[in-house]
Design a protein around this ligand. Structure first.
Ligand code: AMP
Ligand code: ZN
Length: 115
């Protein structure tokens, strides 16, 4: 746990969140400022600053994150109509919280390309 990290505090229960899924390695919760009818964040419980910080040690964890996201998206009823995964990275990527997180957006037609 990174002591100054918002999402580590959410995982630890020090900051409240609306849990959607939790296991030993992965936590998913509702985004506080939803950009779509369904907007979830799927995060590793291990603190990783961003996706490019993952190393070979995290290979299984990265796979698990994506597979759990698939299960969560399906459980939220998004599988048939579709959804989007987003991993904002760094300044140009628009990352504001520096604990790796995968956004799941669904429930409406999403535009492309992103602004
Ligand atoms: P990003 O811009 O990719 O770093 O996304 C960070 C996301 O975290 C944004 O969509 C925020 O709305 C969301 N967020 C920030 N604080 C919280 C919180 N306390 N609980 C849930 N989501 C949050
Ligand atoms: Zn963290």
């Amino acid at each position: 746990m990174a002591t100054d990290c918002l999402f580590c505090k959410i995982i630890a229960g020090e900051i409240p969140s609306t849990e959607v899924y939790s296991d030993d390695d992965v936590y998913a919760f509702r985004d506080i400022n939803p950009a779509a009818p369904t907007h979830l964040l799927v995060i590793p419980k291990k603190h990783l600053t961003d996706v490019k910080s993952a190393t070979a040690d995290d290979e299984a964890l990265m796979g698990k994150l994506l597979l759990r996201a698939n299960e969560i998206a399906a459980a939220q009823g998004l599988a048939d109509e579709g959804f989007r995964y987003i991993i904002n990275t760094g300044s140009n990527g628009g990352q504001t919280v520096f604990h790796l997180h995968l956004h799941i957006l669904g429930g409406r037609q999403l535009g492309w390309p992103p602004g």
